[in-house]
Design a protein around this ligand. Structure first.
Ligand code: DX5
Ligand code: ZN
Length: 219
């Protein structure tokens, strides 16, 4: 079994203190930081873009796990790579040619992630699984932090694990949205090895992020 990794979403951080927040997460034991990029078009919310990521990258050596909720995504891949993304995750609905976008991320020597919305089926990416590093399973509809976890997506993780074993593949399975101390165990048991969390990490236990990261990891 792979080591369980925690990727805190900075969507719930103090945006006026982002550099400090990232260093605080690194000190608290985060394995990477999850950067939610939203365009007000693919999802009904707007967040940050390459200049902010590039400035933050200089503040820390932690892995930047960049989740692009933007469409069309293809023409922006290079900009996020240049800004310092280590993992670039895209949604299949956001590109005309998924294969081409996967190749572009690989050409830039970044890890490739593909994200599935709650209603998107595993079949959409089944023929791409041998080319990617990570599948990001959305357990809420993308757009906002603080939403309720959708347990029905766990079946997709189980299916991915089966395919992974059968085909001897090694991609990571990350889960994103509404993760808390009650459902993290179920996500891990289903086969997720990277947990994204914003609200639980920043707001539970009076914002004790170290404790919250440890609690999520050890469930
Ligand atoms: C939703 C984002 C998530 C989300 C996680 O569109 O992709 O990363 O912010 O935040 P919580 O843990 O609050 O659901
Ligand atoms: Zn995300």
């Amino acid at each position: 079994m792979k080591k369980i990794q925690i990727s805190p979403s900075i969507l719930s951080a103090d945006f006026s203190q982002l550099g400090n927040e990232i260093r605080r997460l690194e000190d608290a034991g985060a394995d990477m930081i999850h950067v939610d990029v939203m365009d007000g078009h693919f999802v009904p919310n707007l967040t940050i873009g390459p200049p902010v990521i590039s400035a933050l990258k200089k503040q820390s050596s932690i892995i930047f796990d960049v989740h692009l909720m933007i469409s069309p995504v293809h023409k922006y891949i290079q900009a996020y790579s240049d800004a310092g993304a280590d993992i670039i995750t895209i949604h299949p609905e956001a590109t005309k040619d998924l294969d081409l976008s996967i190749s572009e991320i690989k050409r830039l020597n970044k890890k490739v992630g593909i994200s599935l919305n709650p209603e998107t089926k595993v079949d959409v990416i089944i023929n791409h699984l041998n080319k990617i590093d990570l599948v990001l399973i959305m357990s809420v509809n993308p757009g906002f932090g603080g939403q309720k976890f959708m347990p029905e997506v766990l079946d997709k993780i189980k299916r991915l694990k089966e395919v992974q074993e059968k085909q001897r593949l090694d991609f990571d399975i990350e889960i994103d949205g509404g993760i808390n101390f009650d459902n993290s165990k179920k996500a891990i048991e289903a086969g997720a090895n990277i947990l994204v969390s914003g609200t639980t990490i920043f707001k539970s236990n009076d914002g004790d992020i170290k404790k919250n990261i440890e609690l999520l990891r050890s469930r």
